[in-house]
Design a protein around this ligand. Structure first.
Ligand SMILES: *Cc1c(COP(=O)(O)O)cnc(C)c1O
Length: 384
């Protein structure tokens, strides 16, 4: 299967050379600091098509949102500027509900329920985005987990929403989403789910809504491979309506994160193509690519390698562990050497601190071999 239908061009390399910037091979996944992902050809074509047409954005954006919702099979959806834009919209919607006067007043959130409960273990680097429209974060639970009873004890008249983070290394020992949803229903408070990166598998597009989240956020620029700057907020009609009144084109709190008509069209086209793809074939391909890396790394003293495919690696990835027998510099130094090398190679370096992962999603034809060979050479050269 073609991983990418957008080839690297010599134009792009020439442009980068003019800027004095060197491209990287992205074996570390779809993150913003390393330029996200490869927008699908269908996405770029749809963007081009929409550029010469004018619309009323207050009609058009909800209509594209509804088309996205219909494709996924959920009641409603709004379009936003990345999943982080979605966090802003979720918080705003939870505070204002369908009250236009409140929406006009944000980020001054005095006089309305404005606290969002977040599980201590699920705190993450982007959670400050919830505070942009004026909400306050209130931590519940312990550093290693949280129970529904702990959440319930923290709910007050000021509680506007309950946050649920579905993300690698964040979800374990948290309150199961259905239990959070039961609490949300009992107190009439929305459950706000951030599942930004959890695609593929495609089933996740609907899963967290089905498990009881009122609003679920996904990045448009990760697994869907739409515009890097796009995102989806999907869920119940009333809550998506509440998101719309805070969103561009209105002069409200999310106006600073507007999405263009062509980006919206590109997102819808990318989602269509994403859903039409054969996931079993895609997964098999990622497994094959990951296994290639594992085979090249196997046998290096102090290093173990295996293909992992579970909640934290939601499609197959090659996970490289520096074991206690490793006699060389630490993981971060190896990571830095690869990023500074020629070619520059970016690997994933998340948790725990002795692990590197090769995420195949952004690798173009021929690159997995380069990554495997370069990583092998770097590890062998680093052994003291
Ligand atoms: C990637 C990610 C985001 C940010 O998504 P963008 O689309 O880049 O804004 C937010 N939350 C989580 C959990 C993520 O993984």
């Amino acid at each position: 299967m073609a991983v990418s239908v957008v080839a690297k061009t010599s134009n792009a390399e020439a442009f980068l050379a003019q800027l004095g910037v060197t491209s990287i091979i992205n074996a570390g996944g779809t993150n913003t600091r390393h330029a996200g992902t490869i927008p699908r050809a269908e996405c770029m074509a749809a963007m081009q098509d929409m550029c010469g047409v004018f619309v009323r954005m207050d009609e058009y954006m909800p209509a594209v949102g509804q088309a996205i919702a219909d494709l996924i099979g959920v009641p409603a959806a709004a379009i936003t500027s990345g999943a982080t834009g979605g966090l802003v919209l979720q918080a705003a919607a939870a505070m204002t509900r369908n009250d236009l006067e409140r929406a006009a007043r944000l980020p001054d959130a005095t006089g309305m329920p404005n606290e969002l409960l977040i599980q201590r273990k699920q705190r993450f680097s982007y959670d400050k985005m919830y505070r942009l429209p004026g909400a306050k974060l209130v931590e519940v639970g312990r550093p290693d987990g949280c129970t529904a009873a702990e959440v319930e004890a923290a709910i007050t008249a000021n509680t506007a929403g309950l946050i649920d983070v579905q993300s690698p290394f964040k979800a374990h020992n948290g309150v199961p989403l259905p239990e959070l949803a039961t609490l949300g229903q009992k107190y009439n408070i929305p459950v706000l789910c951030d599942a930004a990166s959890m695609l593929p598998p495609r089933a996740n597009l609907k899963k967290f809504f089905d498990l009881g989240a009122d609003l679920v956020v996904f990045s448009g620029g990760k697994g869907i491979r739409g515009p890097q700057s796009s995102g989806i907020v999907l869920g119940k009609k009333e809550w998506v309506e509440a998101a719309h009144i805070n969103n561009a084109p209105f002069a409200n709190v999310a106006r600073s994160q507007k999405v263009s008509r062509e980006e919206a069209a590109g997102l819808l086209a990318a989602l269509k193509a994403f859903l039409a793809e054969d996931e079993a074939a895609e997964t098999a391909n990622y497994r094959l690519m990951s296994q290639h890396v594992v085979d090249r790394i196997q046998g290096i003293p102090g290093v173990s390698a295996r293909v992992m495919h579970d909640y934290d690696h939601h499609y197959p990835q090659a996970v490289i562990t520096l074991t206690h027998e490793w006699r060389g510099p630490n993981r971060d130094e190896i990571h830095a050497r690869l990023l500074a090398g020629s070619p520059r190679i970016y690997l994933s370096a998340l948790e725990p601190g002795n692990i590197l992962a090769i995420d195949p999603i952004n690798l173009q034809p021929g690159e997995v071999e380069i990554v495997a060979d370069t990583l092998r050479a770097a590890l062998l050269a680093a052994i003291k």
